[in-house]
Structure formats: C-alpha cells, structure tokens
Design a protein around this ligand. Structure first.
Ligand SMILES: Nc1ncnc2c1ncn2[C@@H]1O[C@H](COP(=O)(O)OP(=O)(O)OP(=O)(O)O)[C@@H](O)[C@H]1O
Ligand SMILES: [Mg+2]
Length: 225
C-alpha cells in the first residue's frame, strides 16, 4: 500500500484550488456568459477566497481531514451564491463524512470520498451524466480514481489519470445540450459551449493532482502560508 495522503496535502489542495479559480475567473465568467448569467467566476472566486480566510484562521477546525472538508463545505454553502455553492458544499460534506477523524487517507479512501461527494452533488442537483454539468467532469475522475485504487497504483499516477479523465469529460460537455440550470433554457443553443461548472470541477481535480498526488515538502507548506 502507498503512503497515506496527509492532512497538510488536503489543506494545500484547497489553497491551490483557490489560486487556480482566481486565475480562471475570467474564463469561468466568459463560459457562464455564453450559456448562463456570467456569475460562475465571481461566485467561485468569492467562495474560495472565504475558504482561504477560514483556513488562515488557524487549525481549530482542522484537526482532521473530515473537519477540514466540513469547514470548506459550510463556507462554500454560506458564501457562494447560485447553484454551484450548495452543490460543491454537498460534495465536500459527503467527502468529509468519509474522512471523519482521519489525519491521513489512503487512495482507496480518497476514491470513496470522491464517489460520495459526487453522489451528494447528484442527490442535491438531480443531474445525470450527459446533462452538461459539473457531474460530467467529476464522474470520469471518480471512475479513474476507483480503477487506480483497485489496481493499487500510487496516488500520483491515480490522480494524474483522474485529471486526464476529468479533462476529457469537460471537453465532451461542449457537445452536450444542457438539461439543468439556466443553460437548459437555451435548449439546443447550449450545444457548442463548454460548461462552466464542469470547468471549475476539472480545476478541482487538477488541483488535487498537484497536491494530493504529490508529497508536500515541509518547506513548501511553510512557504505557502
Ligand atoms: N442541478 C445541477 N446539478 C449539477 N450541476 C449543476 C446543476 N445546475 C447547475 N449546475 C452547475 O452549476 C454551474 C453554474 O453555476 P453558477 O455558479 O453559475 O450558478 P447559477 O448561475 O445559479 O447556475 P444555474 O443557473 O446553472 O443553476 C453549471 O455550469 C453547472 O455545471
Ligand atoms: Mg451562473
């Protein structure tokens, strides 16, 4: 069995995700302007900014992976307007339930966390694969993580595969007609545009590959904050 993914790596995941969302804000705005109401970039940036502020408050809420992710969920639910906040909140709440009390998780557990998180999104939003939502980027990533865990791959390879799968899923959203949210009002005119929520979901998996898939060096985590 490979090394466990540490609490410090989960913290780093969220900080890197916040950076990537901030960098991608113009892209997310542009994508949501095409098929929605142009608020996805602003929504996500504000939410992740709040997450960083909470993480900087100290370790009080973050003694284990479960409580870290629960804090993230509550912060996103309370600070992100629109559909995405409660949906990402559901993801992190369910992932937190799978990692309660753990200061490190195995790849198998991580795959279970992502699977439960995805189920949380689907229970809340009722989206099916192919509906042109964040589910279409996350589901391939979850399947890739599960396959890698079953094959006892190292976390780095597993998360790289998950990132590649999420990217493919994201690209496929351009061909889909939206069946959920504001984009669904466009009907067939939603075809030809990449989904904004699938884009932010891909970035979540890509940030995971850059952190949960790579051991954190002591100087690196100290340097970041
Ligand atoms: N029911 C749903 N299930 C899963 N994801 C969804 C659902 N509804 C919307 N989304 C995702 O949320 C993204 C839009 O998030 P945004 O932050 O712009 O909130 P919003 O403007 O309230 O969205 P919407 O009008 O699409 O509900 C979409 O691109 C899609 O990926
Ligand atoms: Mg929107």
């Amino acid at each position: 069995m490979g090394q466990e993914i540490s609490l410090a790596q989960f913290r780093q995941w969220l900080l890197v995700y916040a950076d990537r969302i901030a960098d991608a804000e113009p892209l997310l705005t542009q994508l949501d302007a095409a098929i929605g109401d142009a608020d996805h970039g602003v929504n996500m940036r504000r939410g992740l900014q709040k997450v960083c502020e909470r993480l900087d408050d100290g370790g009080l809420h973050c003694a284990d992976v479960g409580s870290l992710l629960r804090t993230v969920a509550m912060t996103l639910i309370s600070s992100v307007g629109g559909a995405a906040g409660p949906l990402y909140g559901a993801f992190f709440l369910r992932a937190a339930q799978e990692s309660n009390g753990n200061t490190g998780v195995t790849l198998e557990q991580l795959a279970a966390m992502f699977r439960s998180g995805l189920e949380g999104i689907q229970q809340r939003g009722k989206a099916q694969p192919g509906d042109k939502t964040m589910v279409d980027a996350l589901l391939p990533a979850v399947k890739a993580l599960e396959a890698a865990a079953a094959a006892h791959q190292p976390a780095g390879a597993a998360l790289a595969a998950a990132q590649a799968a999420a990217e493919q899923g994201l690209q496929h959203t351009a061909e889909m007609q939206a069946n959920k949210g504001r984009a669904s009002y466009l009907g067939p005119r939603s075809i030809g545009h990449q989904d904004p929520g699938a884009t932010s979901a891909f970035l979540l998996v890509a940030a995971a590959a850059a952190t949960l898939g790579q051991p954190v060096h002591a100087d690196q985590s100290a340097a970041r904050h």
